[in-house]
Design a protein around this ligand. Sequence first.
Ligand SMILES: CC(C)(COP(=O)(O)OP(=O)(O)OC[C@H]1O[C@@H](n2cnc3c(N)ncnc32)[C@H](O)[C@@H]1OP(=O)(O)O)[C@@H](O)C(=O)NCCC(=O)NCCS
Length: 150
Amino acid sequence: MTTLTLAEITPDNVDDACGIAVEKHQRHFVASVTKSLAEAYVQPEVAWPRLILDDGEPVGFVMGGFDPASPVEFLRCGIWRLNIAAGKQRRGYGRFGVHAVLDEARRRGQKEASVLWVPGEGGPEKFYLRLGFRRTGRIHEGEVVAMIAL
Ligand SMILES: CC(C)(COP(=O)(O)OP(=O)(O)OC[C@H]1O[C@@H](n2cnc3c(N)ncnc32)[C@H](O)[C@@H]1OP(=O)(O)O)[C@@H](O)C(=O)NCCC(=O)NCCS
């Protein structure tokens, strides 16, 4: 049994975070960690970026988005980014990252959370459906909008 933990991004681990890269054929489905951290830098009150560690080894990156005042309902609370490192997938790290954001959402008193994904072969759709997200039927800027009750 290994121990999965989350870490805030600090000067000590930012290189590790930026070094998390998904499989080459998956790059179309998620922004790089570097870009996500740049977005987090300009929206620190909204972004909730975390490194995912397995026994201290960096294996992934997740970023929640919490913007309760957003006029767009599905942008108020949810999974903003999720990147599990190439060669480290299908070991439960993605599920851990999603549940971490959902736990944080509950802590903030939220009742539902969203995720948006790019549709297509090799994308994360089956993963999110497996975790209990349900499609809303809406498409936002080409991405499928899905929700989960908390
Ligand atoms: C999608 C992604 C985050 C999944 O992470 P992961 O660590 O491989 O997933 P997990 O091991 O936690 O899988 C959880 C469950 O989903 C299933 N699953 C994961 N990826 C799947 C896929 N591509 N197709 C079908 N099922 C999948 C697993 O089999 C597991 O099922 P179980 O309940 O039977 O055990 C990862 O593949 C990834 O980083 N992809 C590239 C970036 C991306 O698309 N990010 C999402 C942007 S919105």
